[in-house]
Design a protein around this ligand. Structure first.
Ligand code: FES
Length: 106
C-alpha cells in the first residue's frame, strides 16, 4: 500500500478526504496544496511561517515535534494544544486516517 487517507476539515467546516502517497516524501502542507486547499505554505515547509498550521482532530500518534516547530508555534496566532505545522507531518503509513482541521488565517 503506497497510499493513505487524510481528512482535512477546511475553514468553512467542510471535510475533504484526500489520498496521499507514502512514497514521495510529501508532507501534509504539500498534499493540501496539491488538492488546492487554502494552505499557503509560504516558507516552503521550513517551519518558519505557520501558514500551514492545523489542529489534530484524530488520536493519531505523531512523532515528537521538533524544536523548530515548537518555536514557530510559540510565535503563531490561534495556537491550541493540538496545533501542528502541516509541513512537519510527513505522509507515512502510520498516520493513515489522520484528521486535521485548518487553523484560521492570520
Ligand atoms: S509551510 Fe511554513 S511553517 Fe509550514
Amino acid at each position: 500500500m503506497n497510499e493513505i487517507t487524510v481528512t482535512i476539515i477546511d475553514r468553512e467546516g467542510k471535510n475533504h478526504m484526500l489520498i496521499a502517497p507514502t512514497d514521495m516524501s510529501m508532507n501534509i502542507m504539500e498534499v493540501c496544496r496539491s488538492y488546492e486547499l487554502p494552505v499557503k505554505g509560504e516558507c516552503g515547509g521550513m517551519a518558519m511561517c505557520a501558514t500551514c498550521q492545523c489542529y489534530l482532530e484524530s488520536d493519531t500518534a505523531l512523532p515528537q515535534q521538533s524544536d523548530d516547530e515548537l518555536d514557530m508555534l510559540d510565535q503563531a496566532f490561534f495556537v491550541e494544544e493540538s496545533s501542528r505545522l502541516g509541513c512537519q507531518i510527513q505522509i507515512t503509513e502510520e498516520i493513515d486516517g489522520i484528521v486535521l482541521r485548518l487553523a484560521p488565517e492570520e
